[in-house]
Design a protein. Structure first.
Length: 357
């Protein structure tokens, strides 16, 4: 077979991927590769258009926003077009006044939540109003989410939303231990105790203490079964809680409504800021009334709430957050920089990443 391929393409050894056609997909407006402790230049240099293979690529551009939904009403279609253009202008860094790659932009009044006392309660009420009704339906959580830049705010929102669910809670604790490959001298062993490992919280692995209720929306943190649509990032709603397994139903896609079973798994964090390896055996899920902006990439939602206690801090975060929604009416933004009301926020765009694009 190898000789046959060489006969068909005598230059295959000098060509990228042996001359085969490879399809890459992505959006330079979205969040760029994460480089631990990397500078702006490090992040830009990690993108594919900084690679030597970029000169061998032919770029095809999509020209229509397939996530936004339109109807037959001409006025509505016109508004939708304006909204799509506003999203693109934020992604391109062409909205507002720019200084050193940071744009100061104004949020339109019909999107901005202006009146609030408690910002957490206000954004939750805007996105999950049914949860505040006297006879609330705990299942009214599909196709919506609150986004925030940091895990700290996400955890705060999830705890608040869990308190509104009247169902009885179930707490699952993980089993943590250092990896066998780690040095086992007495000093290291005395530091890497299970009690210490239990306190570690980082992106990509579930918390040691996992508190959930029936009706809670969750997100998978690992691939379980591609054929059943159980992949990293899939959102589900819990329907039953067992001692050793969790039953849930899919929210969206061709498997929407289908019930699945989620087992415990042994997971290891990939966060390079942790200087040692350890294993955590826990259900590979996180509560997802709210999620980080980074984790929302790839999601399509009918209602999106964005809360910014501090401005976004890296390229593409604001663009990703506002482009998850399928309709302008479903987007609500609350700005509480330093706990003060505002209608302006920062938009970080590394415009040099668009070179050769």
């Amino acid at each position: 077979m190898r000789d046959l391929l060489r006969f068909k393409n005598v230059h295959s050894e000098e060509q990228p991927f042996g001359g085969k056609t490879i399809v890459f997909g992505g959006d330079f407006r979205q969040i760029l590769p994460v480089i631990p402790k990397g500078s702006r230049q490090d992040i830009v240099n990690a993108t594919i258009n900084s690679s030597y293979i970029w000169n061998s690529c032919n770029m095809l551009k999509l020209t229509r926003n397939m996530r936004l939904q339109a109807d037959d009403d001409n006025v509505h279609s016109s508004e939708l077009k304006d909204f799509a253009e506003w999203i693109l202008s934020i992604g391109d860094g062409k909205c507002g006044e720019s200084k050193d790659g940071i744009d100061t932009i104004q949020i339109p009044n019909d999107i901005l939540i202006k009146e609030w006392e408690d910002p957490i309660a206000a954004i939750c009420r805007a996105i999950y109003p049914e949860m505040f009704w006297p006879s609330n339906s705990v299942y009214e959580v599909e196709d919506r989410a609150i986004l925030a830049p940091t895990l700290q705010i996400v955890d705060e929102i999830n705890r608040y939303m869990m308190s509104l669910n009247p169902r009885e809670s179930q707490t699952y604790y993980s089993s943590d231990k250092a990896c066998p490959t780690e040095p086992s001298n007495e000093l290291i062993a005395s530091i890497h105790t299970p009690e210490f490992l239990n306190t570690i919280r980082c992106s990509g692995i579930p918390n040691h203490e996992l508190i959930v209720k029936v009706g809670t929306p969750i997100m998978l943190l690992r691939n379980i079964d591609h054929s059943a649509g159980l992949c990293n990032g899939t959102r589900l709603v819990i329907t039953k809680l067992g001692k050793h397994i969790i039953e849930a139903k899919s929210m969206t896609g061709k498997n929407a409504g289908q019930k699945v079973f989620i087992p415990r798994m042994t997971l290891s964090p990939s966060d390079h800021r942790i200087p040692f390896k350890f294993q955590r055996r826990q259900f590979p899920i996180m509560v997802s009334y709210a999620m980080t902006i980074n984790k929302s990439q790839g999601q399509s939602l009918s209602k999106v709430g964005l809360i910014l206690k501090k401005p976004v801090f890296t390229h593409g975060q604001l663009y990703v957050a506002i482009s998850r929604v399928t309709n302008k009416k479903g987007l609500k933004i609350l700005l509480c920089h330093e706990e003060e009301r505002s209608n302006e926020t920062d938009n970080v765009v590394f415009k040099e990443v668009f070179r050769n694009v």
